[in-house]
Design a protein around this ligand. Sequence first.
Ligand SMILES: *[C@@H]1O[C@H](CO)[C@@H](O)[C@H](O)[C@H]1NC(C)=O
Length: 320
Amino acid sequence: MEGKNQSVVSEFVFLPLTNSWDIQLLLFVFSSTLYVVSMTGNSLIVFTVASDPHLHSPMYFLLANLSFIDLGVSSVISPKMIYDLLRKHKVITFRGCITQIFFIHFIGGVEMVLLIAMAFDRYVAICKPLHYLTIMSPKMCILFSVASWVVGLMHSLIQLAFVINLPFCGPNVLDSFYCDFPGFIKLAYVEAHKLKLLVFVNSGFISVGSFFILIISYIVIIFTVHKPSSSGSSKALSTLSAHVTVVVLAFGPVMFIYTWPSSFIHLDKFLSIFDAVVTPFLDPVIYTFRNQEMKMAMMRVFKQIMVYRQIIKHLHTDHS
Ligand SMILES: *[C@@H]1O[C@H](CO)[C@@H](O)[C@H](O)[C@H]1NC(C)=O
């Protein structure tokens, strides 16, 4: 890549998060553990909701959709990062880089729509309980879930359209552990100010916008629950606080990354790790540990698994 300055960049190099081998090792253990746990936790939620007829309601369908998407959130950045932590030379191909950007924004878009759908679901359940079943019909649920995929895809394609043909001829070192616009555009061989603005406005605007829609809808719900006339219970409030926590976890780091001046680059990196590794792990924890129905359903799943194991054991002993 060196020498001629018109040669085309075919791979990017990630800078190590830190120069200390010990900290890298620690990060390796930490992120691989969280990765395994969040993959297991989210798969378990999808499986539980799909298999338990008690949980066949809009709220749980949307939750299962969110967990399904969290499987993707975990897998876009973490495995490559975990693998890289043990490598001295951390590189990613140009295509790999574009693929990562595509999926980060695709999945991010899907997640935002799902979170808005979940807020809408709670709003209807709490503020218009009598119309809940007619408004949140199976048709509506499918509409939300299709809309989330379409919006995610559109968002990602539009973002990529601006950068796919950028010339990369010069430096190819990314001060990050994954590919995303802020670092990526900086390396392009153009006066990228306008482009930067466009991409940042797009991602930043969407994330900040959805965040405020969500927070406002939750404030409306909380006021409704607090009205003396409503039969609002502490159960509703605890569900809501779980939702608000997830929204803050999902959007906080993203908003910061896309809207803050880039001089806080180290905080950026820290938040990126948080977003890539910790958030998908916390979602199932927050939703299941605070939700009696979900806990009971998981118990049933475990019991079933135990029963199957017994049966399989018996079959084995019968054969031998
Ligand atoms: C997502 O939601 C739709 C609509 O309710 C549902 O049919 C589907 O099973 C859900 N997907 C997952 C993975 O839970």
